[in-house]
Write a new protein. Structure first.
Length: 324
């Protein structure tokens, strides 16, 4: 279900999809009215077809009801009456209700449709009987495309919603990858400052100042700036803010690093020793991620290379085939 807040935030997209649906409905309505102008009816039955221009192609969807000895069969057919300068094509006939016991009725109606399509008269009278006495009733086929148009609005909104959700997932994944990639360097910088005698709070502020001076700001730089800003505004410890944001970020390596700092803050665990072990894990994980990404790139390049190879084979082999 699409949330009401999301609908309110996407009024422009909803209006656009609604206008497209309305235009399609108007086009289908005009097409239906145009077809009705070619029918001469007796009640609901069509008795003849009229043509305004003999040189234009006329395509009309019809429903044929064949009745003999109390048994009724219904067919859907599209008459394609070509102009005088074109040749008439055969029309495929689709039976939509009960099955026919003999193929004679199918063949007879098909032959009758082909005969009608070949006529070049301004007014074409539709036959009411076959040679074997089968009663024929010609009716206008109901255009069910109107129902499909009604489905376009929710389908379009669902597509927009799913596209936006996928875009948010991709952006979140990109942010997580940038944070995961920057963590090893951050831990190493933190270790150097801690080994130089600085406390964690001062070391963190020194590192964030360096990241803030960079010309290109990635997701990890923004994360550090956010942590520092919230710590300054609320007056709480940096580690508390980092702990609160860890679940929101959803990066396992970041959560593990924060838990080490929390253990140091509240349990007195040796921070330098734990960070050294964590640094080795982070660099190893970054190496594995780089290798995995390289394999993915190789896989993505396989198809273009295969297409290029096939193209080269065709170019090289074409002259030989032409000389055969």
């Amino acid at each position: 279900m699409l949330q009401s807040d999301w609908l309110r935030c996407h009024k422009k997209e909803i209006r656009t999809v609604s206008v497209v649906c309305l235009i399609l409905m108007v086009c289908l309505l005009i097409s239906s009215i145009s077809n009705n102008g070619h029918f001469i009816k007796d009640g609901k039955e069509i008795i003849a077809i009229t043509r305004d221009n003999l040189e234009e192609t006329l395509t009309l969807p019809l429903e044929i009801e064949a009745e003999k000895d109390g048994k009724k069969e219904t067919y859907h057919a599209t008459l394609s009456i070509k102009g005088m300068v074109e040749e008439a094509d055969t029309t495929e006939l689709n039976q939509t209700e009960a099955s026919v016991e003999e193929n004679f009725l199918d063949a007879a109606i098909q032959s009758l449709i082909e005969e009608i399509e070949e006529k070049q008269d301004v007014r074409i009278v539709l036959p009411t009987k076959l040679e074997d006495g089968t009663r024929l009733r010609w009716k206008e086929q109901i255009d069910l495309r109107f129902l499909l148009v009604w489905l376009l609005l929710p389908a379009g909104l669902l597509y927009i919603y799913e596209s936006e959700q996928q875009r948010e997932k991709d952006e979140k994944k990109k942010v997580q990858e940038e944070i995961r990639s920057a963590l090893p360097s951050f831990v190493d910088q933190l270790l150097l400052l801690l080994n130089a005698g600085m406390i964690f709070q001062d070391a963190f502020y020194r590192i964030t100042a360096g990241y803030g001076a960079r010309t290109e700001q990635d997701a990890f730089c923004n994360l550090l700036a956010r942590i520092r800003k919230e710590a300054d505004e609320t007056g709480v410890m940096v580690i508390t803010v980092m702990k609160r944001l860890s679940q929101e970020i959803g990066v396992r390596e970041y959560v593990r690093m924060v838990n080490i700092m929390v253990d140091h803050q509240y349990r007195g665990v040796n921070l330098e020793e734990k960070l050294q072990a964590e640094s080795r894990l982070l660099w190893e994980g970054r190496k594995v991620a780089a290798m995995q990404k390289g394999k993915e790139m190789e896989t993505k390049l396989t198809f273009p290379l295969a297409v290029l190879l096939i193209t080269l084979i065709i170019i090289a082999g074409t002259p030989a085939l032409m000389n055969m």
